[in-house]
Write a protein that binds this ligand. Sequence first.
Ligand SMILES: C[S@@+](CC[C@H](N)C(=O)[O-])C[C@H]1O[C@@H](n2cnc3c(N)ncnc32)[C@H](O)[C@@H]1O
Length: 370
Amino acid sequence: MERPAPVASHASTAAGDEGNVPSESPSASRAQADGPVTAAGPADGIQGNEDDIQAEDVSSSDADSSYDDAALSFTQSLTSSVTKYKYENGRRYHAYEDGKYFLPNDEEENDRLDLFHHLLTLRCNDKLHLAPIGSNPQRILDLGTGTGIWAIEMGDAYPSAEIIGNDFSPIQPSSVPPNVQFEVDDIENTWLFSSPFDYIHCRYLAGSLANWPKLMSQAFAHTKPGGWVEFHDFDMKFYSTDKSFVPGSAPDIWTSEIANGVRAIGREPEPGPKLKGWVEDAGFINVFHQVLPIPVGPWPKDKRLKEVGACDLSMFLQGLEGISLRVLTMAKNWSAEEVLAFLPQVRKDLRNRRIHALHDLHIVYAQKPY
Ligand SMILES: C[S@@+](CC[C@H](N)C(=O)[O-])C[C@H]1O[C@@H](n2cnc3c(N)ncnc32)[C@H](O)[C@@H]1O
């Protein structure tokens, strides 16, 4: 039996004037930025190398009348099935494709995702994307859109574009720019889009997907010739350049337990370092790869990185419970009580100003050949 088409959560259409033009001038600021990049290089001024991040000194549903009614009731019944959320250990989880994703989808988690968006945009020097998509893109897709905050901001920035964001969870706001629409779908299923995209964006799906190469092939098939894809994702491990982060410490044990647990449930916990290879294998060209170290805590001297670090710490403190509960209880046989008893040690180390922890975000963008 064919699966149903994605459910539109909120939609509208529009057109308008020019959006912002992303920077396209190369700047070799990152040791691991391993383009060749024909149209763009590392974004201007983004601080790339972890060794460049200086620590601040610290001393201190009825359908019998018309087709329209039938369609409406079908949509409503599907919509209600995707909002019959599951509750576990006090947290709310997605209902569509129940059990496939281990992070909650409640207010607390959604606040964390919005904070993540803020810190990442800040880390990218206020850019929503690095790929050189020009000022007049027509169709943009955001895979696993979360709260939809990126798609909404892109809708404002590119009035020329129709922007679609899809996700398991219909957690996006209903008040959105007229050119933005959201759909409930599983991006690991066969994509049903009828026309290709100028640009496909996919951010922070660590721990979400079982088959990244399949996702990359579908992205390739659904990108216009000459169009771009962009992926931002993590390597989970914390480290430091000044030996202040100690292997075997509680945050180190936490990341390896989460990574092992996520692998045990058949998902990839650390897609970041593999993105470039997957994109190349799918057939994309002009592949750009940059690694951005993200400070955990407001320890850097640099004002922007200090704010990035403060947001990252806050994101972890807020997210530790949500990130840990399902995966450690399902995959690692921890009890919820054991999880909750362990996390304060992790929080304590993450809050320690003398520990200059970093973790790496990998950004890869690439073009479909003409
Ligand atoms: C960590 S959040 C990131 C959200 C967003 N991309 C961002 O950068 O803010 C991952 C999102 O992917 C969604 N997700 C995970 N697996 C998915 C799948 N197979 N199909 C659709 N959405 C999925 C989750 O519901 C969640 O909203």
